[in-house]
Design a protein around this ligand. Structure first.
Ligand code: SF4
Length: 143
């Protein structure tokens, strides 16, 4: 699946959950808490492929799925740039020290597995918007 398709499918899933919660008069804090991994596993099994395996994308006690992906993630399926014969399709806008790459057939993809930046409650509250795609608007370099 391309980044572009994943990104826009995920935005729609997130939007539909927010719509449902707002209809039930959830406030901002309740909505953020709803996206806690353990609750999402039970209530929104289709939201993330990893839920089927009951595993977390980052091994940490508190994991919140509200900002799955990350506002600092940058992608372009056609490639962002080429370096030493490697086509880089995704990168970190803040060059996180916890960022790395996995390379397959001379294509590099950003590996965020060691980085916890977007999964803390404080970070989500700081960058909060009911529309996930608004928070992520700088990610899609196709535009
Ligand atoms: S490395 Fe961390 S800060 Fe950078 S895009 Fe990935 S999750 Fe976000």
């Amino acid at each position: 699946m391309s980044y572009f398709i994943w990104f826009h499918q995920h935005a729609l899933k997130h939007h539909q959950i927010i719509d449902k919660l707002l209809t039930q008069n959830y406030n901002k804090i309740q909505i953020i808490d709803y996206f806690k991994f353990e609750n999402m596993l039970q209530k929104e099994p289709e939201f993330c492929l990893l839920y089927q395996k009951k595993i977390k994308c980052h091994e940490r006690d508190y994991l919140n799925c509200y900002l799955c992906a990350c506002p600092y993630f940058r992608f372009n399926d056609e490639g962002i740039k080429a370096e030493n014969g490697i086509l880089i399709k995704s990168q970190c806008a803040i060059s996180s020290s916890q960022a790395s790459y996995f390379i397959n057939e001379n294509i590099a993809h950003l590996d965020c597995s060691l980085c916890i930046v977007p999964h803390t409650k404080a970070f989500i509250q700081k960058h909060f918007d009911y529309e996930w795609i608004k928070i992520m608007q700088a990610c899609d370099l196709h535009l």
